[in-house]
Design a protein around this ligand. Structure first.
Ligand code: FMN
Ligand code: 173
Length: 391
């Protein structure tokens, strides 16, 4: 039974029952947010100069619980800040008199060509930000030709998101302690057409979220939790995290699905080596946006040793703290094959639904193109480590 499916009153009662009165109050605010876009005129939309303008609007229209859940991190949020600040220490070495009249942002990953190297990170619970949740995000990603990664803990199921948006999705997996349940999650993703499984490896337990954490933890551990992908399959006593998970999962995944396997959450050269040994297809250098272990290095500081270890054998992606075209440029220069963004597209979603996600993606892509022109790099392959200093 889905406690949320019948009525607002039922949903509120359920949330109160599990002790989430604050969250219960937040839900009506979410359902109101569907009318947001009509409040903004074309001229006002021009006002979104950068993703921070979308953040500002999202804070005006979302409830406090949603804001805390979205922007919060582990402990004192030092790693959340480090992810952003570390980009500022790196400088660009631009070259002159290079023809930049045509710019290509195309990249190749897993044998496929993508229009841009900017991918949408998996983010759970997107209905918190806007009633259309992951479906709005997926529609924006299709329209703007960006790859989207659907979280295991999405509110809409991966098959519903695929059906409503026609998106080619990647699926992010949180393996449960019950492999039969995990198998069903994989089957659902493959049926939805997913060709890539992003296995998150930084969440043996949920981090210490002092901001927005109580809300999240209670929902995760609530036996009644019914988010899209677990509909009809989450058996009693199965949580979304598995503290017993080891490298053995890779061969199990190989035996149980045909998707490419990408590890998300690698932050050391040692684990990059093991990832190669276990034969994964790619890695995402990530600290979960600073939401898991506090005091990890920023991801851009982790990137050099990992790139050095991987030596181009498999794609290396990175996320965390990317807010500007120059941040994307720096990550690509240091050796990332693509980047993922989390909070920035969610600010757009919270602010204006699908249209806000589109605006966030447009802003970042336009910034990247302008920065490539100013630096003298007409294609992504041309962005080498000679173009950056101070990392
Ligand atoms: C609200 C929120 C929910 C998230 N949910 C998931 C998730 O379900 N699975 C996952 O692997 N990562 C999750 N992440 C981490 C993101 O995939 C990504 O690593 C992080 O947001 C990147 O940092 P950025 O937000 O600074 O761009 C979440 C992040 C946020 C902000
Ligand atoms: O908040 C997160 O970072 C996250 O990964 C998550 C986990 C479970 C439910 C929702 C989000």
């Amino acid at each position: 039974m889905d406690p949320f499916q019948n009525s607002d009153l039922q949903r509120r009662k359920f949330l109160e029952w599990i002790g989430l009165s604050g969250l219960a109050l937040a839900f009506p605010a979410i359902s109101l947010s569907g009318c947001q876009s009509s409040r903004f005129h074309e001229d006002e939309k021009q006002e979104f100069k950068n993703v921070f303008d979308l953040e500002g609007l999202s804070e005006k229209v979302m409830g406090k619980d949603a804001i805390d859940y979205l922007n919060g991190g582990a402990d004192d949020s030092k790693t959340v800040k480090a992810n952003v600040v570390a980009y500022q220490k790196i400088q660009i070495r631009a070259r002159r008199l290079i023809d930049v009249s045509t710019i290509s942002t195309k990249v190749e990953l897993f044998g496929q060509t993508y229009e841009t190297p900017i991918i949408l990170s998996p983010v759970g619970f997107q209905k918190f930000f806007h009633q259309d949740g992951e479906v709005a995000t997926a529609k924006a990603s299709v329209k703007k030709q960006h790859q989207m990664i659907v979280s295991s803990v999405s509110n809409y199921s991966v098959n519903e998101i695929a059906a409503q948006s026609q998106a080619d999705l990647w699926f992010q997996l949180y393996p449960t302690t019950n492999r039969e349940v995990t198998k069903k999650l994989l089957e659902r993703a493959e049926k939805a057409g997913c060709k890539v499984c992003v296995l998150t490896v930084d969440t043996p337990v949920i981090g210490n979220r002092e901001r927005g954490g109580t809300t999240l933890t209670k929902l995760i551990y609530s036996k009644e939790l019914k988010m899209g992908n677990y509909e009809g399959i989450l058996t009693e006593g199965t949580g979304i995290d598995d503290p017993g998970l080891t490298w053995e999962i890779i061969s199990w995944l190989r035996a149980n699905c045909d998707m490419k396997i990408v590890l998300k959450g690698i932050v050391t050269r040692e684990d990059a080596t093991l990832a190669l040994e276990y034969g994964v297809d790619g890695i995402i250098v990530s600290n979960h946006g600073g939401r898991q272990l506090e005091s990890l290095r920023s991801t851009i500081e982790c990137l050099p040793e990992i790139v050095e270890e991987i030596k181009g054998r498999i794609p290396v992606l990175i996320d965390g703290g990317i807010r500007r075209g120059t941040d994307i440029f720096k990550a690509l220069a240091i050796g990332a094959n693509a980047v993922c963004i989390g909070r920035p597209f969610c600010w757009g979603l919270g602010a204006l639904g699908q249209e806000g996600v589109e605006i966030a993606l447009d802003i970042l892509k336009a910034e990247l193109i302008r920065d490539m022109q100013l630096a003298g790099t007409p294609s992504i392959e041309k962005i080498t480590c000679d173009f950056v200093i101070g990392f």
